[in-house]
Design a protein around this ligand. Structure first.
Ligand code: MTE
Ligand code: MO
Length: 220
């Protein structure tokens, strides 16, 4: 098994995230993903409707920017490109050229991606993991799964998608761990300014503490 540069396999699939010790956010009775931005009309996609759209299943490894990888995960859901082609492309504002997408979670977490980085056929709005409905530790009711990009792109508890015509402003510009805007794992795009290799030891030192804290907020 080959992992991307600087990654180490872990057993199982830990809960991990900037939510740290906070438990997963409560799920609304009828969860919806609101979709907006440069569209002629806003959309609301009921999570329950994901079952009726064309489905896709993938097997993939999951790579956190801190350096751990969970291997052989089986995700199921709707491919983002299916959603994009069938529901979004027909209602793009006339003349608008979409460049970026933001994904927001019920806990306020947000990821920013380049549109073309999430149109690959392995990028899913996932509602199932390893044959079961997605649990709250891993992002219930639905999450973004983009296996070619580091974990922080893979927003859990997805509740909003927004389409942009310019790159939205980043909030971590002056952070020592300023994240790379594309975050592609095989190119080791861990950091906005520094080579991925250089930042490995700092990230690695954070795995233990973040993992322990995240486990405290776990529902398991
Ligand atoms: N809503 C939300 N999504 C999130 C996070 C978070 O804190 N909140 N953390 C991100 C980070 S840094 C990682 S590595 C992965 C971890 O996913 P897991 O908890 O399923 O292992 O979720 C990502 N998506
Ligand atoms: Mo992460």
């Amino acid at each position: 098994m080959t992992l991307p540069p600087g990654q180490r396999a872990v057993d199982g699939f830990p809960r991990f995230g900037t939510h740290l010790h906070h438990p997963a956010p409560p799920i609304p009775d009828d969860p919806v993903i609101t979709i907006g931005g440069h569209l002629t009309e806003p959309l609301a996609l009921a999570v329950s409707d994901l079952g009726s759209l064309p489905r896709r299943e993938i097997q993939a490894d999951f790579h956190c920017v801190a350096g751990w990888s969970a291997t052989g995960l089986r995700w199921a859901g709707v491919a983002f490109d299916t959603l994009y082609r069938t529901r979004i492309a027909p209602i793009v504002e006339p003349g608008a050229s979409l460049t970026h997408v933001t994904f927001e979670g019920l806990d306020g977490f947000r990821s920013i991606v380049q549109l073309d980085d999430v149109l690959g056929d392995d990028v899913l709005i996932a509602d199932r993991l390893d044959g079961a409905p997605l649990c709250s530790d891993h992002g219930a009711p639905v999450r973004l799964v983009s296996p070619g990009q580091y974990g922080f792109i893979n927003t859990k508890h997805l509740c909003r998608i927004e389409f942009h015509t310019v790159a939205p402003p980043v909030t971590d510009r002056f952070s020592p761990l300023a994240s790379h805007p594309r975050a592609r794992v095989w190119a080791e795009e861990r950091h906005r300014y520094l080579p991925g290799r250089a930042i490995r030891p700092i990230y690695r030192s954070l795995i233990g503490p973040i993992r322990a804290m995240s486990a405290r907020g776990s529902s398991a």
